[in-house]
Ligand binder design. Structure first.
Ligand code: A3P
Length: 291
């Protein structure tokens, strides 16, 4: 088990991210038109990646995460001639300096950490690249201590939130993308279409309302899961540094699954840690719809 994980600057990475690569990230040459897709694992990265790639009508390449692989990774990215959409689970401090200097566009997606923890627990159980965890209770301890891959959820979120006013960073929330509401025109309308519009404006892409509706339809959980099962999308192309099996990604895709896992006591303890760690956070409230 020890060989699945190594620590770099105090954060756990799988051996799929080599220490040499992590060490040389700062030498990476960013391009001004690179777009970064940033997340803590299990926050809806693949969902967002699906939306973003469908938005472009020019050739773009959705790469594997920048921190995945060995030294050849940087060269591989250098050689891409098309525009690059680059996913990453790195916290802000570890992000290659060039992306910051060049003010590349970055989209950060986050999710209620209770649901993120539950999603990650199932991922740990199914994913051969991650250590075994025996019980949900044991996993929750690790999660709250930040002793899981990619480090503490809280540190990750806070490192990015510090940059919430940077013009080149767009913050999105899983729950927001999932939200449905009633209006007078349609019986049920999806908030996702508003967010897709927002993303298109942020990325400077012009797109019709009809195409937006189409993207929303194709990006539903059931459609994306079906596509993956039919291998319509490359089954080995994940935007998560922790697996190469896309089938592990589409588990349930709901808001509030934590209620099926947390005991009342665990919930209280989580809320305590959350309010302590997030006491200076201005964005915490967007993560707590279901709290
Ligand atoms: P669950 O495990 O709660 O089902 P990531 O892509 O960052 O690894 O996140 C994976 C989570 O996003 C999983 O959560 C997965 O089901 C959910 N997800 C993936 N595609 C989705 C979609 N189209 N709509 C809603 N949720 C989706």
């Amino acid at each position: 088990e020890a060989e699945l994980i190594h620590k770099f600057k105090g954060i756990s990475f799988t051996t799929r991210s080599s220490p040499e690569l992590l060490n040389s990230l700062d030498t990476f040459d960013a391009r001004e038109d690179d777009v970064l897709l940033v997340s803590y694992p299990k926050s809806g990265t693949h969902w967002l990646a699906g939306v973003i790639t469908k938005l472009y009508n020019t050739p773009v390449t959705l790469t594997t995460p920048i921190e995945l692989g060995d030294m050849s990774k940087l060269e591989e990215l250098n050689q891409l001639s098309s525009k690059r959409i680059i996913p990453t689970h790195l916290d802000y401090n570890m992000l290659p300096q060039h992306f910051k200097n060049k003010k590349c566009k970055m989209i950060y997606i986050s999710r209620n950490p209770k649901d993120t923890a539950v999603s990650m627990y199932h991922y740990y159980r199914e994913n051969p690249n991650l250590p075994t965890v025996d019980t949900w209770t044991a996993f929750l301890d690790l999660f709250l201590e930040g002793d899981v891959v990619c480090g503490s959820w809280f540190d990750h979120f806070l490192s990015w939130e510090e940059h919430k006013n940077d013009k080149n960073i767009l913050f999105l929330f899983y729950e927001d993308m999932k939200k449905k509401y009633k209006n007078f025109i349609l019986p049920v309308s999806q908030n996702l279409s508003k967010i897709v519009k927002e993303i298109s404006i942020f990325l400077g892409i012009s797109i019709s309302d009809e195409d937006i509706q189409d993207i929303c339809k194709k990006s539903s959980f059931s459609e994306m899961k079906k596509d993956t099962e039919k291998e319509n999308s490359d089954p080995s192309h994940t935007v998560c540094a922790l697996t190469s099996n896309r089938n592990l990604i589409f588990r349930k895709g709901t808001v509030g699954d934590w209620k099926n896992h947390f005991t009342p006591k665990q919930n209280l303890r989580f809320d305590e840690v959350f309010s302590e760690k997030m006491k200076l956070s201005k964005m915490a409230k967007y993560l707590t719809y279901e709290f």
